[in-house]
Design a protein around this ligand. Structure first.
Ligand SMILES: [Zn+2]
Length: 335
């Protein structure tokens, strides 16, 4: 299986984050990439490819230009400068000019765990380039492939970053593929992909289906309820399946199969893009579905059995010591 990955993604280094007022070592660590690579290399059935930089049109097909220019301007920061958004406008109809300072970056942000540094833009572009290259490869060959994307993407909306995400890697891939046929975007990260939902909420070309922790008690809190089903042209093309933490693999798999079955009947996709969040793993510090490596293999088998051209994009997964094992168990189901 081809794995699209650019080492530039490792330049993005996050020190700490504040969750509910408490300070933690940041969960989105570059060691996540190292352990995945180590496992896939040792397995021997994966070919690593450094993607070419994606065209800016592919980014602008998903993200607003002013937002992209703002992210791009982070390259002007000095090496030790970090922008931590901490004030957020409630009325976004009011325009904000040049929001590139530590004080106004909250205009494009929705949480306090996602800082911007001088290396953020190039890491985000490298991750998005991997997803775009995977989409191109899928379109050309029909072969399943995987984008080892970091920073992750599914919380990033057209003009908002947050949840460790800046550019929506899976959405950029899905948008590209949707030019050639309907896309089913399956998101199994523990947290609702609020950014992906927002991007495709009024779009019937990409069906978004997500299983995640109940947003009443789990991040990102404000979206991911089952009554959110899309609007305008996209009405009926979003399917959210919130589940209670610790629901256990049996209930999880039943909900997974039912949701995917409903989505497949509604959309009959030409392509599947999968946002793969391994924070549904047992003992993950940020997720509580308790999936074991063999469960990830089964998850892969279910998606493979849909028998559609499929690409896989890395999202969350923060139990670093088990992440490589879990990703390998999932990916080998497609070989
Ligand atoms: Zn997550």
């Amino acid at each position: 299986m081809k794995v699209f990955y650019d080492p530039v993604q490792k330049t993005h280094v996050l020190s700490h984050e504040i969750i509910a007022g408490k300070r933690f070592r940041h969960h989105e660590r570059r060691a996540r990439i190292d352990i995945i690579r180590r496992h896939l290399r040792a397995n021997g059935q994966f070919e690593f490819i450094v993607p070419e930089a994606l065209p800016m049109e592919a980014v602008l097909a998903v993200h607003d230009e002013a937002y992209v220019r703002f992210l791009e301007s982070s390259q002007m920061l000095s090496k030790d400068e970090v922008i931590w958004p901490y004030v957020f406008p409630c009325d976004r109809r009011v325009p904000v000019y040049e929001p590139v300072t530590v004080f106004t970056a909250g205009y494009y942000c929705f949480d306090v765990g996602t800082p911007i540094m001088s290396d953020t833009w190039q890491a985000a572009i490298a991750a998005a380039s991997g997803a775009y290259a995977a989409a191109q490869h899928l379109k050309k060959t029909g072969e399943v492939c995987y984008a080892l994307a970091r920073p992750p993407g599914h919380h990033a909306a057209a003009a908002l970053f947050g949840g460790y995400c800046y550019l929506n890697n899976a959405a950029i891939a899905a948008q590209y593929l949707s030019q050639y046929g309907k896309v089913l975007l399956i998101d199994f990260d523990y947290h609702h992909g609020n950014g992906t939902q927002s991007i495709f909420y009024d779009n019937s070309d990409v069906f978004y289906v997500s299983l995640h922790g109940n947003p009443a008690i789990e991040y990102p809190y404000f979206t991911g309820y089952s009554h959110e089903t899309g609007i305008d042209d996209g009405a009926g093309f979003t399917l959210n399946c919130p589940l209670e933490p610790h629901c256990g693999p049996e209930e999880y798999f039943e909900a997974f199969k039912t949701s995917i079955d409903t989505a497949m009947k509604k959309t009959d996709p030409a392509f599947i893009v999968c946002s793969c969040g391994f924070d549904v793993a047992d003992k993950d510090p940020l997720g509580h579905f308790g999936l074991l490596p063999e469960n990830f293999h089964s998850l892969g088998q279910i998606i493979r059995s849909l028998n559609k051209p499929t690409m896989l994009v890395q999202e969350g997964g923060y139990l670093v010591e088990r992440l490589g094992l879990n990703v390998e168990a999932f990916l080998t189901a497609f070989l």
